[in-house]
Design a protein around this ligand. Structure first.
Ligand code: FES
Length: 209
């Protein structure tokens, strides 16, 4: 058996390739640097920012994040692959994140999940043909009092029933946030803007670029 060595320290991105991360996204990530003692410590906020802006975190994007934070690309890949919340491949317009933990299972979560699969004709990690939904599951979403539940993008939808699944999926506003958006991943100086309830903070920056 001959083993093919993997070079984890060298970038495989073409040197003349256009950067994936816009200037605005990079500035937003850099806005977190003063909050921590090392740039490495800003990795989780950086990944949230990239995923929100790009929809997923591709391998070239991981390399750019690594360069920005002055760490190895393999360190970024380790974190992205550890947390199920991060995705390295494109997703649909809306992500359904169905809870698969005990409380939800006891309250009929399996039936809800199966109904979603049947209705959308997708399996877990699948995306509908029209690109509208990607279906994923995750452990406890910390909303056991609303079991069974799921996230539609960032909106929590609880007390689901198999019979009610179609109505939820057909609602075009099913991911609209009922409260101002959490400003957790906005740098300190941008927190006031994020508190206005806009979900388009990053989109504005993309459009402006
Ligand atoms: S078990 Fe589903 S939210 Fe906790």
């Amino acid at each position: 058996v001959s083993w093919k060595p993997i070079d984890r320290n060298s970038s495989t991105a073409a040197n003349d390739a256009e950067p994936l991360l816009s200037g605005a996204i990079r500035e937003k990530i850099k806005g977190f640097f003063p909050r921590y003692e090392t740039k490495r410590a800003a990795l989780l906020p950086a990944l949230h920012i990239v995923q929100e802006a790009c929809g997923h975190i591709s391998h070239p994007a991981m390399i750019e994040v690594a360069e920005l934070l002055e760490i190895h690309p393999s360190d970024v890949l380790d974190v992205v692959s550890f947390y199920t919340h991060f995705c390295d491949h494109p997703k649909g317009q809306k992500t359904l994140l169905v809870c698969r933990s005990l409380s939800c299972e006891l309250m009929g979560g399996d039936a809800v999940l199966n109904k979603i699969k049947d209705t959308l004709a997708v399996g877990e990690h699948g995306t509908t043909e029209d690109g509208r939904y990607t279906l994923m599951t995750e452990e406890c979403l910390a909303a056991c009092d609303m079991a069974p539940c799921m996230l539609i993008n960032e909106r929590m939808v609880g007390n689901l029933t198999a019979d009610g699944v179609s109505a939820v999926l057909d609602d075009p506003d099913n991911d609209r946030l009922p409260i101002p958006r959490n400003a957790l991943f906005d740098p300190p100086q941008q927190g006031a803007r994020a508190g206005q309830g806009s979900t388009s903070d990053v989109q504005e920056m993309i459009d402006a670029d």
